[in-house]
Design a protein around this ligand. Sequence first.
Ligand SMILES: Nc1ncnc2c1ncn2[C@@H]1O[C@H](COP(=O)(O)OP(=O)(O)OP(=O)(O)O)[C@@H](O)[C@H]1O
Ligand SMILES: [Mg+2]
Length: 504
Amino acid sequence: MTARILAQGIAKQFPGVQALDAVSLAVEPGEIHALLGENGAGKSTLGKIIAGVYSADAGQVFIDGAAVGAIDEVEAGRLGIGIVHQEGSLVGQLSIAENVFAGRQPTGRFGRIDRRAMRERTRALLADLGVTLDPDLKVAQLPPAQAQVVEIAKALSRDLRALILDEPTAALTLNETERLFEVCRTLAARGVAIIYVSHRLAEIFALCHGVTVLKDGRVTGVRRVAETSQDELIRLMVGREVHFARTTGARSFGEIRLEARGIAAAPFVRDASFAVRAGEIVCLAGLVGAGRSETCEAIFGARRLAAGEVLVRGRRVRFGGPWDAMAAGLGMAPEDRKDAGLFLSMDVAANVCATVLDKVSSSGRISSTKADALAGRFIRELRIATPSARHLVGHLSGGNQQKVLLAKWLAMEPDVLIVDEPTRGVDVGARSEIYRILRDLASRGLALLVVSSDLPEVLTLADRIVVMADGCTVGELDGATADEEQVLRLATRHTRVDALPVAA
Ligand SMILES: Nc1ncnc2c1ncn2[C@@H]1O[C@H](COP(=O)(O)OP(=O)(O)OP(=O)(O)O)[C@@H](O)[C@H]1O
Ligand SMILES: [Mg+2]
């Protein structure tokens, strides 16, 4: 059988890094093939080369045995190669339908754009993905999970032969993920070859047939999924063993550092109450759209509090904005590292030091020696893969950007740290380090509020789990004893899955 997708001897260099070196990959028609590797291993780069976004320095891509020359994304689309990018490629100010059919709108008689057809086809594609959304909504209004679904619909709007999904579930949870799997299986059954990039090993075993592992731009292994194990894949990716231990045993906590009492905030939060004590890790669990991120933003002063109150160290606070919250000892690493979290066009040191300029200044001037030293500490501790502290954050791989975001808030040494999806897009090795660091911070007295859509992560990290559904806190569980089923039962008790945003 001829491979549907064959990449042979691919090499690609970026300034200072050999992103890919003699990489080969083969995917049969109807095969779902996982591409695994640590942050910066070269997965996205390989996907982009196959989809015509980048051109390779050496090597050749074949589709159904035919050599594909230098192509761009439009040409790739014509060849039936679709890609869903890790960082998203939608234009916020355009509608869902306009994004899905960008550049190739259906036309009616006299070449006029047929908006009705566009809307109807978009609606049908979204329905295929199990989502009801108004095709006229602007993408900027969508929460990340729904934007991701639109991204996928865009790839599906072509007649596909090959599809590359680069961490498609990073912003999805549970039912959305399950639905995406169904879509993948349907496409595969029609003969589409799928390259599936994910850091979640459980997904690989649930969905994929074959797997290729990259490390530092080279292939370290090709396996049938049925014939390998998590441990083997981790060894191939990381080159060592990694273990995740759950929080266990009796731990003692200090005073209540942060408390939310009946808070409400537009559009999703209706009634959230919980407390976080010094030394404690509280995880906010729930489905996408349950209002977890909005709750955090309301606490941090980034979203208007419509009702209820926030207490810090027992005193009621009213934050005019995040700066007030930071002055009160709160830090918050947001979910969206691209828009809200990082200065992509600045270097690692500038980002790490952004919240602590006083710490890296002497006599009123920023000292680059101090800034580099502070950044260097976090580059080592979090193992941020960057050529130096002077490297632009925008040029780092997604997972490494996430680590810089965490470093930026850790540098502030807050009393209460809110972290929204701390390991989204972060590889296994770095993830275990981030867990260790968060636990270590808690054991030194930090109060941590963590939002996570990754259930194993919640169970690994949490001292206490607060479950939200439909904008309300609906229950609490002991982190040491809870299981996935208990969390899910609370989270799905009464949910509004496709809830549309309402005006703020
Ligand atoms: N446009 C670019 N300019 C400069 N360097 C780049 C660019 N894109 C990627 N790189 C570098 O190439 C290497 C591979 O990056 P790539 O994004 O392919 O990794 P990845 O495996 O997708 O990682 P992640 O799991 O974090 O998404 C990294 O060292 C990265 O910093
Ligand atoms: Mg990537």
